[in-house]
Design a protein around this ligand. Structure first.
Ligand code: NAD
Length: 263
């Protein structure tokens, strides 16, 4: 199935009557694989602004200015400055109760818990999550467009920064999947969604594809689906259940219920 199909499909209307209290403790013993997708909303209460909340701007910039390959070709200095600031901001924030609860779920749930994030921050890792699939890349990594070298990068990046592997300049860029680029790990993600018993989407607006289509893939595979968000989203109607509220309250509560139902 092509992910583009999801990008163009008709969006379900929002159906408030489907905002029901999901009962994860009723999870059957056969339900052993939980797949979780997180977005910017899970890191909001840590102090990292989301993308869609304020007029579709990200920290005051439009996507076309800082988050697409054309922007990087047009004004690499601006794009580097933008991501340098985001990278530096990581050092001023800490994981919150929602990141910590998911790390606990990964450690303690007797089945598999696969965590996929659209976030480029490292708060899941710092909360203790043993494995995180970063489908949109990571702020703390860079790669060289000349030789393909990819590595951890803690400081600033500039147009004149030379690659530690090939020594050439001008090719170093944040290891971020920009709009118009293909997300990472899609084959693996599609495979885990096919085996999901439960799919939970947390703090994501459902406007960025292919991630916004994961709920449909999981449903086709027979998973029960849950959305946790502080507001209705464009794709809320596709979920079997919803918890509406701040991630730091709703996620720990859900994790408690899932683990409680599996004791
Ligand atoms: P988004 O900004 O489009 O949507 C955020 C969603 O989270 C909204 O639906 C909002 O209602 C909800 N939300 C806000 N605060 C919340 C809270 N406290 N609790 C629960 N829900 C809350 O985010 P997206 O769907 O992840 O797409 C944004 C894109 O921009 C991603 O691809 C991501 O790579 C990038 N981005 C990343 C970060 C980060 O790494 N922290 C931050 C901003 C943008």
């Amino acid at each position: 199935m092509r992910y583009d199909d999801f990008a163009t499909e008709h969006l379900d209307p929002i159906l408030p009557e489907r905002v029901i209290r999901y009962i994860p403790s009723a999870m059957g013993s056969h339900e052993r694989t939980i797949v979780i997708l997180t977005g910017a909303g899970i890191s909001a209460e840590s102090g990292l602004p989301t993308f869609r909340d304020k007029d579709g701007l990200w920290e005051g910039y439009r996507v076309e200015e800082v988050a697409c390959p054309q922007a990087f070709r047009r004004n690499p200095d601006l794009v580097h400055r933008f991501y340098n600031l985001r990278r530096a901001a990581l050092k001023t924030v800490a994981p919150n109760a929602a990141h910590q609860a998911l790390a606990r779920l990964q450690r303690e749930f007797p089945g598999r818990v696969i965590l996929i994030t659209q976030n480029i921050d490292d708060l899941h890792e710092r909360a203790g999550s043993p494995e995180v699939i970063h489908m949109h890349g990571e702020l703390r990594k860079v790669f060289c467009a000349h030789c393909g070298h990819c590595g951890v990068w803690e400081g600033d990046l500039q147009t004149v920064t030379s690659c530690p592997q090939c020594d050439r300049r001008g090719g170093m860029r944040p290891d971020i999947v920009w709009f118009g680029e293909i997300p990472y790990h899609m084959e693996r993600i599609e495979a885990v969604l096919r085996n999901a018993d439960i799919f939970a989407s947390i703090g994501t607006s459902g406007q960025v594809y292919p991630a916004a289509g994961f709920v449909s893939l999981a449903k086709i595979a027979g998973a029960r689906t849950l959305e946790i968000n502080n507001a209705q989203t464009l794709v809320s109607g596709r979920f079997d259940g919803q918890f509406i509220g701040p991630a730091t309250r709703e996620v720990p509560q859900w994790v408690e219920e899932v683990l409680g139902g599996n004791e």
